[in-house]
Design a protein around this ligand. Structure first.
Ligand code: IMP
Ligand code: MG
Length: 177
């Protein structure tokens, strides 16, 4: 896998020290609140595991599976892979995703979740790219803002590969079909 990486943007130590800061901010903001974290699979799996273990508050954790990307391009539509949404009525919800790009995914999911009666709804992403935003949405908590390149690792995939790399790296053009 590593031979397909052009450059490493963030090593694991850099990612984890940023998560320390994000977790401290979230802990301060959600203390004493009935909180549910809704994480989008599969991309936010590793981010979720590392972030939430740094937040020493009682909380519910739910996952939703959605898909918008095929290869390195957004398909334009967001498909929910399950019909049942988590029960978030009256709860403070933090929606987690790996990366905010066009904004379609977070926009579609936060629209659906906000119809389920949460007390509040905020969004948290590890990465954001600013260039290709087509939906008017900003994330409340952002790990890193990255250039408009296709990145993999630490949960992010190219055609379901590279998710288990421990760092975030830019994929070589030669590895993209
Ligand atoms: P959006 O709907 O265009 O904002 O894209 C969000 C989703 O696209 C994320 O959940 C990722 O699964 C995927 N995505 C966007 N950019 C990248 C990337 O650079 N690498 C891997 N996946 C990406
Ligand atoms: Mg993906």
């Amino acid at each position: 896998m590593i031979e397909d990486i052009e450059t490493i943007l963030y090593h694991e130590t850099t990612l984890l020290s940023r998560l320390d800061t994000m977790a401290a901010e979230i802990t301060a903001a959600y203390r004493g609140k009935d909180t549910t974290v809704v994480a989008l699979l599969n991309g936010s799996l590793i981010f979720m595991a590392d972030l939430l273990r740094r937040i020493p508050l009682p909380m519910h954790i739910d996952c939703l599976s959605v898909q918008s990307y095929q290869g390195t391009t957004s398909s334009g539509s967001v498909n929910f892979r399950q019909t049942n949404l988590p029960d978030i009525r009256g709860r403070h919800v933090i929606l987690l995703d790996d990366i905010l790009d066009s904004g379609r995914t977070l926009h579609a999911v936060s629209t659906r979740l906000s119809q389920c009666g949460p007390k509040s709804l905020k969004t948290c992403v590890l990465l954001q790219k600013k260039v290709r935003r087509t939906k008017k949405i900003t994330a409340d908590y952002v790990g890193f803002t990255i250039p408009n390149a296709f990145v993999v690792g630490y949960g992010l995939d190219y055609n379901e590969r590279y998710r288990n790399l421990p760092f975030i790296g830019i994929l070589k053009a030669s590895a993209i079909e």
